[in-house]
Design a protein around this ligand. Structure first.
Ligand SMILES: NC(=O)c1ccc[n+]([C@@H]2O[C@H](COP(=O)([O-])OP(=O)(O)OC[C@H]3O[C@@H](n4cnc5c(N)ncnc54)[C@H](OP(=O)(O)O)[C@@H]3O)[C@@H](O)[C@H]2O)c1
Length: 240
């Protein structure tokens, strides 16, 4: 069977690699002085809206009372998850979040720390973990839907350590997964995985569609693909 080429555009938007997306992000922040917290807020709001839509349309449940478990890594993908957790809590969902503990010497990126505090202040129950056994007992099994904020475009190589353990626990739970930016374990540029990955019901990709998400072989991992505009001005988007 001939391999289908990945299209250059999707829904009228340029399809980008992780490196291209990172360059656009840096331009927005450092040249146009758009606050990274603003981008993260828009990202999390988009993820929350798509989670609500999924709950209503596919689970037949309103967002009020929806049981949501958010798994966050220690990068910005986790920060997007923390914003989504707060927004869903404000909409009446019952939200718990877990976040991988920071490397002692480095801490979290500033936007992640800020959104960790804001999520807690909004009443989200947040557990910091350095081992999967520290997750509350029914954290995954008691949820209606899981949000995957473990790995985004900053993923490098095969998932390892606690990230790997959490991906496997989420996979085994058989709960529907909403992936933030991309399903953890799926390569942003190729759509391939290395054996540790999630199959999302919905992937909410941020800013622009990532190349790997459009590969024919990735469709079973990506689920429904939604692109959320997080406020990158059109003049910094590549022309394709
Ligand atoms: N301005 C914004 O706020 C903004 C804009 C655009 C996108 N985003 C979001 O941020 C994401 C990118 O954030 P990011 O660059 O901070 O990266 P990330 O995708 O959040 O991933 C970085 C984290 O993953 C860990 N990691 C990477 N590869 C791993 C592996 N193979 N196994 C286990 N752990 C691994 C890193 O560990 P170490 O700590 O050990 O390095 C690091 O903690 C995007 O996908 C999007 O969701 C945010």
């Amino acid at each position: 069977v001939a391999k289908q080429p990945i299209p250059d555009t999707y829904e009228g938007l340029p399809v980008v690699t992780a490196e291209e997306m990172q360059a656009i992000d840096r331009k927005a922040i450092h040249e146009l002085h758009i606050a990274s917290t603003f981008l993260m807020e828009r990202a999390g709001q988009g993820v929350a809206s798509e989670t609500e839509r999924f709950a209503v349309e596919k689970l037949g449940k309103p967002v009020a009372g929806l049981l949501v478990a958010v798994c966050c890594g220690r990068g910005n993908n986790g920060g997007d998850g923390l914003v989504a957790a707060r927004v869903l809590k404000e909409k009446g969902a019952s939200v718990r979040a877990s976040i991988i503990a920071p490397k002692q010497e480095r801490g979290y990126p500033a936007e992640v720390t800020e959104n960790l505090l804001k999520a807690k202040a909004a009443g989200v129950e947040v557990t910091q973990i350095d081992d999967a056994s520290q997750l509350p007992a029914d954290f995954l099994s008691g949820a209606d839907v899981l949000l995957d904020g473990l790995l985004g475009t900053g993923a490098a190589g095969k998932p390892a350590g606690l990230v790997k353990d959490l991906i496997q626990a989420m996979f085994k739970s058989n709960k529907p997964v909403i992936a933030i930016d991309l399903p953890s374990g799926i390569h942003p540029d190729t759509g391939y995985h290395t054996g540790v990955f999630l199959n999302a019901a919905v992937t909410v990709t941020l800013g622009l569609p990532k190349k790997g998400l459009l590969a024919a072989h990735a469709q079973k991992h990506v689920g429904d693909l939604r692109v959320v505009d997080i406020g990158y001005p059109s003049e910094i988007l590549p022309k394709k």
